[in-house]
Design a protein around this ligand. Structure first.
Ligand SMILES: C[S@@+](CC[C@H](N)C(=O)[O-])C[C@H]1O[C@@H](n2cnc3c(N)ncnc32)[C@H](O)[C@@H]1O
Length: 266
């Protein structure tokens, strides 16, 4: 929180109700597996005192971080009171604190920081990471997992992605923040890993993740109405419902994730 107790005006555009939380849970089943692969080798049998999950949402990244880091304490930070409440209920053994991650100092000094699908929603992402590095204990690790691009041959997916990009930009962010992060200058730290990872996803999974926003966000959105008629919106919803029933293993959509591991100066 800011010193006056107000949470900052950063605008997260994808909601925090039950359906939004379920959506993040489903996304985590695929993306947590990949995150573990990157994080595990850097933990190297040590027991960090504190791991912080920045922009933890309903807590599915926090529980992954707790398991893979083996930290004594793992704590999720999020600006959404609703997500903090949901996460605390779902994972009572972990800690969750309402905090705007653009505000430093953090509530405690971490040995590990993790952030996924967060920096798309924030401005000045590279300088923010630099500030986060200053929050780490000496030799602490910062893991970043953000989207660089999503490539698809399915028109309904492409339209959904174009609209999502507009929605995120209207909130001051950038959906495809990954490449900018990969090229950033990070001071007083060692860049241990900075790669673009390719992750093909089944059409049925992508359709399941995309559909909720078309019924939660799209109907009341002027921005969506400016770009898609109600018939076009309905046709995309129909196509996403159809794709949810496609065969396992059918994949016409691929995520390209920018994954970075930075170690703060000792
Ligand atoms: C797409 S969700 C990702 C949640 C989680 N990291 C995951 O991958 O499942 C982005 C989260 O960032 C949070 N968020 C956005 N801006 C924030 C800020 N300035 N401070 C703290 N949390 C923020 C939102 O409330 C939301 O829970």
């Amino acid at each position: 929180m800011r010193p006056d107790g107000e949470i900052s005006v950063t605008r997260y555009t994808f909601g925090s109700d039950e359906r939004a939380a379920e959506r993040l849970k489903s996304i985590s089943t695929v993306f947590n597996r990949e995150a573990r692969k990157v994080i595990t080798p850097y933990i190297n049998g040590q027991t960090p005192a504190l791991a912080l999950d920045l922009g933890c949402g309903p807590g599915y990244t926090t529980t992954m971080l707790a398991e893979v880091s083996g930290a004594d304490r793992t704590c999720g930070l999020d600006q959404s009171a609703e997500y903090i409440r949901r996460a605390s209920e779902a994972f009572p053994h972990l800690e969750f604190i309402r905090h705007d991650v653009t505000v430093t100092p953090f509530p405690a000094r971490p040995d590990i920081i993790y952030a996924r699908f967060l920096l798309s929603h924030l401005t000045d992402a590279v300088s923010l990471i630099n500030r986060w590095l200053g929050e780490l204990a000496p030799g602490g690790l910062c893991f970043i997992d953000e989207v660089e691009k999503v490539v698809t041959t399915v028109p309904a997916f492409q339209t959904y992605l174009d609209i999502s990009d507009r929605i995120v930009r209207s909130g001051g962010g950038s959906l495809w923040i990954g490449s900018l992060l990969g090229q950033g200058d990070y001071a007083d730290c060692e860049v241990l890993y900075n790669e673009r990872d390719r992750l093909p996803v089944d059409d049925r999974d992508a359709a399941e993740w995309f559909y909720p926003n078309t019924v939660i966000l799209w109907p009341g959105s002027e921005l969506v109405a400016q770009h898609l008629s109600t018939d076009e919106q309905e046709s995309i919803r129909g196509e996403l419902l159809r794709l949810q029933n496609s065969a396992a293993g059918q994949s016409n959509i691929t995520w390209y994730m920018r994954r970075m591991v930075l170690r703060s100066a000792v």
